[in-house]
Design a protein around this ligand. Structure first.
Ligand code: ATP
Ligand code: MG
Length: 473
């Protein structure tokens, strides 16, 4: 970068725009509450990004944690923690706790490094900044958590994990996507690189959550007296009945369509054929999300096409289930007219600039999201507040753990439940990340003027469980 352009950059960021041009009557703090913090050298409320950040980061993150590499893991290791037996012993629970603490630190450190290497305009974006701070907060909390030496320490660690899963970190998913949309609109980063970045961060996020959830699951099994992990994998993977999940997704779609139009609108019939009795091990929340999003696209276009053509009856949506011992395939066929020719970017998080603007606008209207920020004290997510730390740690009592139950915040499910008013344009892009994570893929085959086949393939998780991979099974 030439000296001139450096000077220009500095001038750009230090120049305060004339906000009265946008609204003469309402103050800027009312219209955009965080604008003042994005204009100063450091966000005013930030606990991490301040004049000490560079030195702290260099001494701790760069010199200690970036020197270590994350461990690629197999599904079997995830479930059984480095030994062959499925017996749950005290030692195993404790060493799993130790592993999770260290591994999460290292993994999040590398993602912080990735964010730090983005162009300044990108990482300085309000939403990416929220993600950055949240990651730094996770990094510091894991790093400082006392060593786990016995069962009691582990119990405390589990309460801590549960708090981390359910507090403001659950906002990272929407913030990541909103950040990507803003960068798209402002042309801050090439779209293909942005899509790769978001996919990478999302895959890493899935892995971290799995590692944490699995530890919570085996601890809770152990404490409730179940001394054996009877399944090949831990309890977070469950036997899923394909037909049941499809019918569940159908109900969600019908409710969505009724909400979009009116109760009693002509609804397509859902026909399920092929291997209709299929049952397989999978992560229930991910399966619900995948089938829900895909089926919803088909329902939406079918109903629209039915109205457009003035048909008496909506054509059906047909799901064909195919399975072999390698993978499971769901082919969702609709007669909704096919993917519009103009839509070349269905796999991108940013889509076109125009669509990105619409999606971003809808994100801002999602109930509960528009007011939430790491810096808010009103939502209990203030980093500086001890009260916050106390309450989130308390949320999961010892009682809950010993009952063999744990429930964590599920941002994915919240997204799935969004109303038709809030089109985010991210269904397919997100589904692809999840399908690929589970050793599968997602493709769309469209016949213009007729309909679309969306094909979801998921790997059989009982195969290749010894394969070592990072952020993929
Ligand atoms: N079955 C389908 N038939 C026709 N077009 C489809 C189908 N599925 C997806 N598309 C096209 O792909 C685009 C992207 O789909 P995606 O699910 O990612 O976002 P969306 O449906 O527009 O928004 P959201 O999922 O947030 O409601 C859709 O806008 C639509 O144009
Ligand atoms: Mg969709």
């Amino acid at each position: 970068m030439s000296r001139n352009s450096v000077v220009r950059k500095v001038l750009d960021i230090s120049q305060v725009p004339d906000f009265s041009r946008y609204s003469a009557t309402r103050s800027i703090n009312e219209l955009a509450p965080y604008i003042s913090s994005t204009l100063s050298a450091y966000p005013t409320e930030s606990k991490y990004i301040n004049q000490y950040h560079y030195y702290h980061n260099d001494n701790v993150l760069v010199k200690k944690y970036l020197q270590k590499k994350p461990h690629p893991m197999s599904l079997k290791q995830l479930a059984q923690y480095y030994d062959d037996s499925s017996k749950l012993t005290k030692m195993k629970i404790i060493s799993s706790g130790k592993f999770v603490k260290e591994e999460l630190c290292v993994r999040i450190a590398h993602k912080l490094d990735l964010l730090q290497n983005l162009p300044f305009d990108v990482v300085n974006n309000f939403h990416f900044n929220q993600v950055y701070e949240s990651y730094y907060n996770i990094f510091e909390r894991f790093r400082k958590f006392p060593e786990i030496k016995d069962e009691k320490d582990n119990l405390k660690f589990c309460q801590f994990l549960h708090a981390i899963l359910s507090d403001f970190n659950s906002l990272n998913l929407p913030h990541l996507i909103m950040g990507a949309l803003e960068c798209r609109i402002l042309d801050l980063y090439p779209q293909d690189k942005m899509d790769a970045l978001i996919s990478d961060l999302l895959r890493a996020r899935i892995s971290r959550r799995l590692i944490v959830e699995e530890h919570l699951s085996i601890t809770s099994n152990y404490l409730s007296g179940k001394k054996e992990n009877t399944l090949v994998l831990g309890d977070i993977f469950q036997k899923c009945n394909a037909k049941e999940y499809l019918n569940g997704a159908r109900e969600v779609c019908e409710a969505y369509i009724n909400n979009m139009y009116f109760a009693g609108i002509k609804m397509p019939e859902l026909i399920i054929n092929g291997d209709t009795e299929l049952e397989f091990y999978f992560l229930p929340s991910h399966l619900k999300f995948l089938l829900g999003e895909i089926l919803r696209n088909s329902y939406e276009v079918t109903v629209k096409e039915t109205i457009r053509l003035g048909l008496e009856k909506a054509p059906p949506v047909t799901v064909t289930i195919i399975s072999n011992d390698q993978s499971y395939l769901f082919r969702i066929s609709d007669r909704g007219g096919g993917v519009p020719h103009s839509d070349k970017q269905i796999w991108s998080f940013g889509k076109s600039k125009e669509l990105a603007k619409q999606s971003l606008d809808n994100f801002h209207h999602l109930p509960g999201l528009q007011t939430l920020s790491l810096y808010d004290s009103s939502n209990g997510a203030h980093l500086k507040s001890d009260r916050y730390r106390q309450t989130s740690l308390d949320r999961m009592s010892e009682n809950n753990l010993t009952k063999g139950k744990f429930k964590v915040g599920q941002p994915l499910m919240e997204l799935l439940k969004r109303s038709p008013r809030y089109k985010l344009g991210i269904g397919l892009a997100l589904c692809k990340v999840y399908a690929e994570y589970w050793n599968g893929d997602l493709t769309v085959h469209s016949i213009q003027g007729y309909g679309t086949d969306t094909v979801l393939k998921l790997g059989n998780l009982m195969r290749h469980t010894d394969k070592l991979q990072l952020d993929r099974v």
